[in-house]
Design a protein around this ligand. Sequence first.
Ligand SMILES: [Zn+2]
Length: 154
Amino acid sequence: MDEVEVRASETFLTIRCPSCKKEWKRNRKRFERIGSKYVLTCKCSCGEVFKAIHNRRRHARKACIFNGTYLHESTMKRGKMSLKDVSLSGAGLKVHSDVPLRVGDVLIVQFNMEDEEDYVVKQGVIKNVRDNYVGIEFFEQAHDKEILGSFLRE
Ligand SMILES: [Zn+2]
């Protein structure tokens, strides 16, 4: 049976059928806890049966202060930002410019981690905006092997 990682918000987990790509939400209470993972066996209306997996650790946010820049994709405007918290699946940014940012906009963020020379570059969609604090969800979750992954394991 296929195992599919879910996308997580505070209360709901978004399940995506690996076959027809249909999405739906389930309350996290409906998932069964197995070790550090939460698992729900799903049957899609297309007939596909798969296990939805929520690995909490992947989504646990860790506080940080990493400075960098962002590129607002639709206007191609750049601004300065600092990363205030990060997980493998998203980040919270404090932005230092007045490009109007809205939920659903796409940002490419680039930042330097402590003691690392290389930049980390991630693309994500804005999930919430509060004053100059912006929460984004990465299009591609970071892997454990990336430097972001080792930072989150520390
Ligand atoms: Zn389906």
